[in-house]
Design a protein around this ligand. Structure first.
Ligand code: WT7
Length: 634
């Protein structure tokens, strides 16, 4: 079960082997898992349709690997530590046996509520241990989970429920977020009005509120598990049966349901978890992400548990009750591996060093970063003040679609360079492509980041729309998976991710399509048209800058402010608070080409505060529009 590489030399030889004999390489790794039936063939694929099959013919249940398999030797080992939002509330620690029982019990409850193999279940929950139970209980019975981050609005939730035709929603009365409490059931009730597919809603009582419950449809979690057995036979799944759907944004307006399957996802999340974080048997590992994102799926729930590690979940936010909370929690639970996002680090940096210096942080061994490029300043702060220059920082590049970490250091076993994700994990074959789609072989270059060979946890399709998967990821460059990112390779072959080259904005590590935000803004009755771009933001990485054309241009600053507030409110309703535009500029027109295409390049330059670098504007239909935009830029 130990899949850890122990040195850079070993990394190099493993890497070589993985490229020369990929099927042998992955077959060996897959041997260390528990399969009900071994695969007949390691890999069968083409990138044209695409059609990707790993561990073909293999049978398994991922929860038998995450739970049952550990019981003989790790039954009394901590599987899950939960730290609440309020430091004064009691934390929770569950052993592997306890987690096993809770998952099985809830799995039986799901069955009793009519859920079976292949049914889709939406999960819209706070960061409480029951979220992990809900996810694993679905996997136990072969139901497909679709976790929706609890910051999304009722509209966004309804869209996702409808797209996957979920029969059930699992939620809670509400959630704690710092000093605030947010009603979740109320949001679900509103969403459910637009979702005919929902048959049942299970509600966990987190806050002791009394939300509106609909007779016959809504069931309290505690009632649902009442009398249920703590043993539930695991559903035997095919390697390529769907494990979950997770919605993510792309360059078109509608988020897509990325589909991951059982066998490959199991193998890759555990393999990458062990190697990147180098977690030892008695270590405590903490990833601060929300389970609503892929990071939480792969590196709070599945990767750590399949590996038999102790994983911590945190309900709160980095700044509550103060900006020392992360470090207080690290000391409190003796955290050894700590994995967070650059936006969190930059935000904490702005509160000064005192908060971090008042904790010992002696237990830390490895620090991780994910979600967006980490700038050198944040990297150094993290390395010096949190890691005391003792802990390697693994900058992990990957995506919802890749399922697991692709390019990253392996604990202390890789050379480090600030702002560089570094080298690909063995088994991963990234390439840089030029404008013509040809592979750039040499180093000290920049290009489009693509992957030329499959890996076990890659997406298989986008739910209900396979063509969209093909067009988005496999049609730009024939024979490659296209990431949407641009990257550099330095003189030693280390990768540095530059950022998205498509119309995707990365705000605090969360992805939004510009079209998605424009659609939301356009829902406001006053709005005629809008164009959204990203601009550099000191804490969030990128901020959202919206250019908006209204029926009548607001005349006073007061009118502008009222309208801005209304537009922000519309976006909050359509998507959620996380997608709020930072800046809204009212404009009389947008820079368009004669064919009607918005020239975003120009809008980006204005938003970045570089109106002197607009480049060629001669192809514009009306170049004077640009002058007005520059003159009134925010
Ligand atoms: C996009 C994927 C994968 C977990 C969180 C985000 C950017 C992610 C890094 C990194 C530079 C990164 C990329 C990627 N990204 N990690 N270490 N360095 N950029 O998942 O929402 O699917 O977003 O996040 O642009 O394409 P996601």
């Amino acid at each position: 079960m130990d899949l850890k590489i122990q040195s850079f030399e070993e990394y190099q030889s493993k890497y070589k082997q993985s490229v020369e004999k990929p099927e042998e390489f992955w077959g060996d790794i897959a041997e260390s898992f528990f399969w009900r039936k071994k695969w007949d063939k390691v890999l069968d694929y083409n990138f044209q349709e695409p059609n990707i099959n790993w561990f073909v013919g293999g049978k398994l249940n991922i929860t038998e690997n995450a739970l049952d398999r550990h019981l003989p030797e790790r039954g009394n080992k901590l599987a899950l530590i939960w730290e609440p939002n309020d430091p004064k509330e009691r934390f929770i620690r569950w052993t592997y046996r306890e987690l096993y029982e809770k998952v099985n019990q809830f799995a039986n409850a799901l069955k009793a509520q009519g859920i079976g193999k292949g049914d889709r279940v939406a999960i819209y929950m706070p960061m409480i241990p029951e979220l992990t139970v809900a996810v694993l209980a679905c996997a136990r019975i072969g139901a497909v989970h679709s976790v929706v981050f609890a910051g999304f609005s009722a509209h966004a939730l309804a869209d996702r429920i409808n797209d996957a035709q979920c029969k059930m929603v699992i939620t809670a009365d509400g959630l704690n977020r710092g000093a605030k409490q947010i009603p979740l059931k109320r949001v679900v009730n509103e969403a459910a009005e637009h979702c005919d597919c929902i048959e049942k809603i299970i509600v966990y009582d987190r806050l002791g509120w009394a939300p509106q419950m609909k007779e016959g449809r809504d069931v309290w979690w505690h009632d649902a598990i009442e009398g249920m057995s703590k043993e539930c036979e695991a559903e035997v799944m095919d390697s390529e049966d769907m494990l979950f759907i997770l919605y993510t944004s792309g360059s078109t307006g509608k988020p897509k349901g990325v589909v991951h399957t059982c066998g490959g996802y199991m193998v890759y999340t555990s393999y990458s978890f062990q190697n990147v974080f180098q977690v030892g048997e008695s270590d405590v590992y903490w990833c601060t992400a929300d389970v609503g994102w892929i990071t939480g799926h792969s590196y709070i729930v599945y990767g750590p548990l399949i590996s038999g590690a102790t994983t911590m979940m945190f309900e709160g936010v980095p700044t509550y009750p103060d900006a020392g909370r992360f470090w207080q929690v690290c000391d409190k639970h003796g955290v050894n591996q700590f994995y967070t996002a650059p936006t969190a680090i930059r935000s904490l940096m702005s509160f000064g060093e005192d908060h971090v210096l008042s904790y010992s942080l002696d237990s830390l061994k490895v620090l991780g970063s994910v979600g967006e490029p980490i700038n050198e300043e944040a990297w150094r702060w993290y390395h010096i003040h949190v890691g005391k220059e003792r802990c390697p920082v693994v900058d992990t590049w990957w995506q919802t679609e890749t399922g697991g970490i692709m390019i990253s250091g392996l604990g202390a076993h890789s050379p480090q360079k600030p702002a560089h994700a570094g080298y690909p994990l063995p088994g991963i074959q990234p390439v840089l492509l030029n404008q013509e789609g040809e592979e750039i072989q040499e180093n000290e270059v920049e290009g489009y980041l693509a992957v030329k060979y499959p890996w076990p946890s890659m997406l298989r399709t986008t739910y209900g729309d396979h063509e969209r998967c093909r067009v988005t990821y496999f049609s730009h460059y024939d024979g490659y998976y296209f990431t949407g990112d641009g990257a550099k390779r330095d003189e030693n072959g280390m990768y540095r991710i530059i950022g998205r080259v498509d119309d995707v904005i990365n705000v605090s590590g969360h992805r939004f399509g510009t079209a998605e935000i424009e659609n939301a803004i356009n829902m406001n009755d006053h709005v005629v048209e809008s164009a959204v771009v990203g601009y550099p933001h000191p804490v969030k990485g990128q901020g959202i800058y919206a250019y908006v054309i209204c029926e009548t241009l607001p005349e006073t600053e007061e009118q502008e402010d009222i309208l801005r507030a209304e537009i922000v409110e519309t976006v909050v309703e359509e998507i959620g608070k996380i997608a709020k535009p930072e800046k809204i500029q009212f404009v009389p027109g947008l820079p368009k080409t004669r064919s009607g295409k918005i020239m975003r390049r120009i809008l980006r330059k204005v938003a970045e505060g570089e109106p002197d670098k607009l480049g060629d504007t001669s192809t514009l239909l009306d170049p004077t529009v640009v002058e007005t935009i520059v003159a009134t830029a925010l």
